[in-house]
Design a protein around this ligand. Structure first.
Ligand SMILES: *Cc1c(COP(=O)(O)O)cnc(C)c1O
Length: 432
């Protein structure tokens, strides 16, 4: 009998009622094959499936759980809301101001903020603001960057869309995708050329400042600065989608780490501490064009709900502690070195890209700087590696177009155990 027999039965039951057994496609393991473990619980950096198998978790709910599962401070904050306040009012609460002030303090380009319920919604709303503020309709994005699943942004998107081979989804009207221009990531020359013809039609350049949805791809030196210059020349807004990088690659996100100031910033994942919270923000002059201060409409019944705000506040207080990011960097460095050594000693060519607590592993001899090079990496080797790791109790993102997420509760023992498993898994890759 399979060591995951209960998961297999539970997933079969799920498939009767839920589309593909899941509520978000990547969870169904189509890219790697097999049945996903059905998760029962998590604590710290470990999760357990319904069979009682334990895994070291390098997904962290796809990024939000930078302080691990059920951190006592986050649990206490949530308990206090449930027992003493109430889960939703649809009216102003002080908790919203508390989280907003923490974000504004951490991210210098944000003066004013609006909370929403998902990264998809935040990015979509930021684009509406950029269009309203500039009076222009077109936007420029980059191949393999994922900005949620709204119509205009589901064009050459990475992540699950790339995993499933849907570069452009049915159901997105051509009239809408026609307003989205797409260029390769990390190619500034192409952006400049494009600008000569079309710059004045572009409302916004939207970019993941570190691309985390085509595996992990770092911006080349000067790339983000170059996009800033193009926006200034064209009169377009620079929108950083920091849903993944915000509070992860530095407290102030990629804009702090790379020292480039966007006009608008989109946040999600960590900002809600594991609850459905996202946000967009920027200078007051821009943000005050949003309703009710201005004419550009955007609203939400559950936006700013107390549970999400409380989990966000507790998480942002933890990341603000002295040494938090230094600790993550240390963990990241040890993990990166361990993986490189394990791959090398097995003679398996890999590329390890890393920005702080985000790490990408590619089965490739060549450096990976854009989506086409990510797509050219060895998928079969990734799958072999992935399943070997899972069998050994290491839970990785189930697609080569995703990123490993480190947390503050991964310790030296977790790295050591993971690297030991990787040594075995690389051996399997070599053998097959
Ligand atoms: C996860 C993600 C999104 C989408 O956020 P959801 O909450 O899943 O809608 C958008 N942009 C980036 C960069 C992301 O990583």
């Amino acid at each position: 009998m399979s060591y995951r027999a209960k998961s297999e039965r539970a997933f079969e039951a799920a498939r009767q009622f839920l589309v593909g057994g899941v509520n978000s496609p990547v969870r169904a393991y189509q890219a790697v094959g097999g049945v996903p473990p059905v998760i029962a619980s998590g604590r710290g950096c470990r999760i357990q499936d319904v069979d009682g198998n334990e895994y070291i978790d390098w997904v962290g709910s796809w990024g939000p759980l930078i302080v691990g599962h059920r951190h006592p401070d986050v649990v206490a904050a949530l308990r206090q809301v449930i027992e003493e306040r109430g889960v939703s009012f649809g009216a102003p609460t002080e908790l919203e101001t508390e989280l907003a002030s923490r974000v504004v303090e951490a991210v210098p380009s944000i003066e004013r903020i609006r909370f929403v319920n998902s990264g998809t919604e935040a990015t979509m709303s930021a684009i509406r603001l950029a269009r309203g503020a500039t009076g222009r309709d077109a936007i420029l994005k980059f191949e393999g960057c994922y900005h949620g699943h709204s119509d205009g942004l589901l064009v050459e998107a990475g992540s699950g869309a790339a995993t499933l081979g849907h570069p452009n989804s049915p159901g997105v009207p051509e009239a809408i995708s026609a307003l989205t221009a797409v260029l390769p990531y990390n190619d500034l020359e192409r952006v400049r050329e494009f600008g000569e013809q079309h710059g004045e039609r572009i409302a916004a350049i939207l970019v993941e400042p570190v691309a985390g949805n085509m595996g992990l791809v770092l911006p080349e030196p000067g790339y983000l600065e170059g996009l800033r210059e193009c926006c200034d020349r064209w009169g377009s807004l620079l929108v950083f989608d920091e849903v993944m990088t915000g509070f992860r690659v530095a407290r102030g996100g990629a804009q702090e780490r790379w020292g480039v100031r966007p006009d608008l910033t989109v946040l999600g994942k960590i900002v809600g501490g594991g609850l459905p919270v996202a946000a967009y923000g920027g200078p007051a002059t821009l943000m005050d064009q949003i309703s009710p201060a201005g004419p550009i409409y955007q609203a939400g019944t559950l936006s700013g709900n107390p549970l999400g705000m409380a989990a966000g506040c507790a998480t942002l207080d933890l990341v603000a502690r002295p040494g938090f990011y230094e600790g993550l960097e240390e963990t990241g460095r040890a993990f990166e070195e361990g993986l490189r050594e394990a791959a090398a000693s097995n003679g398996v060519p890999v590329q390890v890209n890393r920005a702080g607590a985000m790490l990408g592993l590619f089965f490739s001899k060549d450096p990976v700087k854009d989506f086409s090079r990510s797509a050219a990496t060895d998928d079969a080797a990734f799958r072999t590696f992935f399943h070997s790791m899972l069998e050994q109790g290491v839970y990785l993102p189930p697609s080569r177009f995703e990123t490993f997420f480190l947390s503050s509760v991964h310790g030296p023992d977790d790295i050591e155990a993971t690297v030991r498993a990787a040594d075995v898994a690389f051996g399997r890759c070599r053998a097959s």
